[in-house]
Design a binder for this molecule. Sequence first.
Ligand SMILES: Nc1ncnc2c1ncn2[C@@H]1O[C@H](COP(=O)(O)OP(=O)(O)OP(=O)(O)O)[C@@H](O)[C@H]1O
Ligand SMILES: [Mg+2]
Length: 496
Amino acid sequence: MKRLSDNICNEIGRLPDHVVYGSVSSIVGMLIEIEGAESALTIGDRCRLIGREGREVVCEVVGFRNNSAQLMPFGSLDGIGLGCRAELSLSNPVIFPDDSWKGRVINAFGEPVDGKGPLQSGPVAYRVHARPPNSHSRQRVGGKLDLGVRALNTFLTCCKGQRMGIFSGSGVGKSTVMSMMARNTDAEVSVIGLIGERGRETREFIEDDLGDEGMARSVVIVATSDEPPLMRRQAAYVTMAVSEYFRDQGAEVLCLMDSVTRFAMAQREISLSAGEPPASKGYTPSVFAELPRLLERAGPGAPGEGSITGLFTVLVEGDDHNEPVADAVRGILDGHVVLDRAIAERGRYPAINILRSVSRTMPDCNTDEENEVVSRARKLLATYEDMAELIRLGAYRRGSDAGIDEAIHYYPAIEEFLAQTIDQQTSLEACYERLREILDMTPGELQDQTSPPPAAPGPAPEQGFAPPGAGPAPATPGEPTLSPDTLSQLNSLNGS
Ligand SMILES: Nc1ncnc2c1ncn2[C@@H]1O[C@H](COP(=O)(O)OP(=O)(O)OP(=O)(O)O)[C@@H](O)[C@H]1O
Ligand SMILES: [Mg+2]
């Protein structure tokens, strides 16, 4: 009862003291023009169109042209025609988040969609289109955040208040990595925006991936791919507004958004409809203006507040990591996690390509010892990847280069460490401990960086790294040795 009366009081408080209205003068596709109220409207205002049979359609002002305001609807335009009344219903749309929203699923208007009854409104209004806080009023990023995914915890450690992107082509595992983080993280609150994804995935994500335990500390905001672009865009803004509420309560918030690309696509649809010319791959300049405004809202709060750690998935079209949205998002965020189709194809999940991924806060948040473990593992991976083709072909002869032999020895164990099933969880400390054990490094002891790499442990030269029957090849110091067969093939290719 109290909830109901509080909600009614809040609603009454928001009622305007006068009504501004105009009428529909044109409808082209999803773009409606209204006349008569343009001088009272501003971009982002919300209007209500009243159809012939009393049906109401909520719209947002997206532009102005030739003395009329351009609106786009949040729903279907059935029943709306020329001359229909358009009322200004809300300047600066707001939501009233509350602690009791944890465990609930809401839509882009902040309304419940989980069938669990009405939501309690909080006392403070949060603007849906809020501006990011001033950079100088923010704290610096905090300590490490346990994301529960081994590869991220060790190689791409994320700090509280950091913003990271998860980049990959379609179907490489972005949503799965995100769900692993949502379930395994030690953040106090997770705010999860499912923007423009498939309707099927939403229910699976909530019931299977998050589970009851994850859901109890999460708020999920959903706008599926079939919803109008305004709903999809607004769901992303509402995700940030709810995160800001919990941050202001002093909580360490993990904000997960799947996906930023769908947000960019929604903005592209809106701005193209409003007549904005496309700039790059059909994306309009306003897409690239909106992206930092959205993503910068995540990050550390002011002193005394909590922080919003942001993890945003980015779909890279055609596996081209330089496509415009991926490029723009990579430039805004503090780190990027690249998922690689080739790694997924050989069955190692999560398919994180460690060598192409970066966490920009990482070296500073680790101890020297942790940095050393990670940089050694990275070096071993890099050495192996450089030679991978030759090793697989059997063209590299073991014993020719101590560094490569060492990489070959440790590579399978590092790969096994990086693989993680959806329901496994390892804590941050345990991750480093395990990696150190794998690399045979002693805890508490820094290795001398200048000393030569240790002699390759493991068995004596094996068949399989050299073609059977190949004689000993002359070794040049510092260079891997190729077998005579391979050398002759390469020479014949070069025409020598
Ligand atoms: N950790 C994992 N373990 C096992 N299989 C996985 C894992 N991660 C992803 N997969 C496989 O990859 C498939 C696609 O994963 P997912 O839906 O997360 O990809 P996505 O990148 O989000 O795709 P889209 O771009 O289409 O949204 C899953 O259905 C599953 O078969
Ligand atoms: Mg997905």
